[in-house]
Ligand binder design. Sequence first.
Ligand SMILES: [Zn+2]
Length: 169
Amino acid sequence: MPGFGCRVKKGSLTPDTCSSMHELSIANSILEAARAEAARRPGARLVKVGVRVGELSGVEPDALSFSFEALVRGSDLEPLALEIETCPRRQRCSLCGRIFRVVDFDLCCPDCGAFESRCISGDELEMVYLEIEEAQVAPAPEMGLRAAARAGEREWKNGPSSLGKESPQ
Ligand SMILES: [Zn+2]
């Protein structure tokens, strides 16, 4: 496997059985971050979370979305969706400065043919956005309060009035 050497970067040279555990723990931390954000916005509903996964991050996008779905299913966050943007490996030629995308692990500069280049991207693993459906901005909580006040009022009215009816007559 020619690709294997390239994935060692972050010490992620793990057998396949372990790598799905790896994705599972990443999915879990994405969910934790989403939950923390939801806690800051009472009443809001989480719709979608976007993550960026670099080719070199050692994360398998398919395994990640599988783990994510498995964790979300049946949880309070269902039906939260995950969108994965994969980032290709990019190198910068040390001789001419050209930035190029690495295809088939060919690290030679397509312009000048130099073999010396530096990896400048492709190891990303980050949350990019969180799509949230806000609870209807101001009116909703206000209405809720008013409804609660009315309910309390009615209860109070019923109490004394029913007592008043029964006791004197
Ligand atoms: Zn070059």
